[in-house]
Write a protein that binds this ligand. Structure first.
Ligand SMILES: [Zn+2]
Length: 78
């Protein structure tokens, strides 16, 4: 038995999981490690600009939600 070198799951025949990590290795062989790493960093890790956009989006949702609640309370008082 081996521990997968990528994810650490116990494997029985190789140093990489047959289903998942071996597929990643195939992608690295196909596209090159730099391309795969670039895609992973682009897709999975947010830049500061993306984080700020997400934060503004979240704040706008909370503000509009609180305005809706405020409008409902005002309507009850009328
Ligand atoms: Zn693995």
């Amino acid at each position: 038995m081996y521990d997968c070198k990528l994810c650490g799951v116990t494997c029985y025949t190789t140093y990489l999981c047959q289903d998942k990590c071996n597929r990643i290795k195939d992608m690295v062989n196909l596209y090159g490690v730099d391309t795969v790493l670039d895609v992973l960093e682009t897709v999975l890790i947010r830049s500061e600009k993306q984080r700020n956009f997400k934060l503004k989006q979240k704040l706008n949702e909370e503000i509009s939600q609180s305005l809706k609640i405020g409008n409902k309370k005002e309507a009850k008082n009328c």
